[in-house]
Design a protein around this ligand. Sequence first.
Ligand code: MF3
Ligand code: CO
Ligand code: CO
Length: 272
Amino acid sequence: MPRRGKARKGPVRLTPEDLEKMREVGAFACSLLDEIEQMIEPGITTGAIDDLVDARTQKRGAISATLGYPKGSAHPFPKHCCTSVNNVVCHGIPSHNHVLRDGDIINVDVTPKLDGYHGDTSRTFMVGGVDPEVRRLVEDTFESMRRGIAAVKPGGHVGDIGHAIQTFAEGRGHSVVRQFAGHGIGKIFHGPPTISHVGSPGSGEMFVPGMTFTVEPMINMGDWRCQILGDHWTVVTIDRSLSAQFEHTITVTEDGVEILTLPEGRELDLTV
Ligand code: MF3
Ligand code: CO
Ligand code: CO
């Protein structure tokens, strides 16, 4: 048996049996976001969103992978999901003191773990009425994720994803966050390969069937650079400009890609 150190491990590749489990947890993750979408309105707190994720996850017999993550850390993440409002790029911590206001945008990122498998997905919601330029940022961020996913096919390369996202987002006048990336996922939450949301076509690892990872572009209205606040988690844009994000967990198939965090019958149109 060759010894393989953690750092040398290849990309997450899943079997058909693993993928059946990933579809199950992925559909559940999607249902969490569907339910959260229904409750988003001015006046609710990000803590109430977290409470819903906690309750539904327990009811399903699942676990919230963000709670206490990463294990053994001095500052483990304290909640069941991430809620990132306005200039928060990612990893916002839900709080009962944070009330959503008309015109806010909020990304909710959930990662339930069921039978040992992870489903990682997020959406950015608009609270009440938002300015046209803010709506444009949110819609362009969704489109950049869609184009990143559409770039995945066997024989292609990881850099094709970043290229598709960067070209679109920058062409629309936004910037792409570089400090955070998509990641291999399965029985582990964050594994290889790293899926940068910027890049050049044909670069990086080659896609092979069963490779399973997230695509989760964070797109800013201003500067792409970020900083982490004193709570050790909350990531904000360096210029405090607005930031949006969407995320799906996907797997490479024989002839393209399958989105695991959408249930059957809710396919995303991937024509470019
Ligand atoms: N769900 C996030 C991702 O997309 C990770 C959150 S880790 C946490 O990778 F600890 F911040 F919750
Ligand atoms: Co996530
Ligand atoms: Co992720």
